[in-house]
Write a protein that binds this ligand. Sequence first.
Ligand code: SAM
Length: 250
Amino acid sequence: TAGLYVVATPIGNLDDLTVRARQVLQAADVVAAENPTHTRALLAQYGIKATLTPLHQHNEEQQSAPLLARVAAGEIVALVSDAGTPLMSDPGYRLVRAAKEAGLSVIPVPGACAAIAALSVAGLASDRFAFEGFLPAKSKARRERLASLASESRTLIFYESTHRIVESLEDMAAAFGPSRRACVARELTKLFETVSTAPLEALVALTRADANAQRGEFVVLVEGAADDDGSAAQLREGLRVQALLKAHLP
Ligand code: SAM
């Protein structure tokens, strides 16, 4: 049925396109893609022929109205990005927002997302986490952002690209302390997938020493800061138990 379908595509392994994603992309009247050439090649691998139109950072505002007019006219419009889930450090937010404002149905077709895949294997607390996306490219702004996160108690999730992985890990070790645990998840679902969880200083050393460890796509996760309230609460509980024992022991 008509609607704007937000469709996740693989982050590496082609087998990670869901059955439902395939059906929706096959049925779509138009597929709005960050990079139509890339998406055409991807869809060809599944034998899907689709009509594609570009939707990226620079034309999202202008493209939204005509795409949503098609949804309003009863068509199926699918939104995809180059990899993973649209809107996750990828275009689509303005289109989705405009669709909701116009009262049109927006339907998620969930699938791969690098942040969630990494979180699921990092071995860091996953009950509360904060997705930070890409850090600023300039080192001053990057350090300021990291400093502002130093006392955050939730697990932090960052996206990082090849050029800056060593610098970013060094800046994280400086901002969060060298012994804070972290995880570098590299090339998830691909041939050279590696997931290393260790103190930040060890991750810096590992990555610096190995040119291969600096190539590819990365998710970096950092354990949250020790929760002061938590330790204070623990201390109070200890004192309470001590007092109880004292009262009941001879
Ligand atoms: N929308 C995508 C998602 O759902 O994960 C993310 C798009 S963002 C432009 C690209 C960044 O995601 C990369 O620089 C990297 O940080 C992360 N990423 C994407 N694929 C990855 C993979 N296979 N392994 C590790 N990180 C990946």
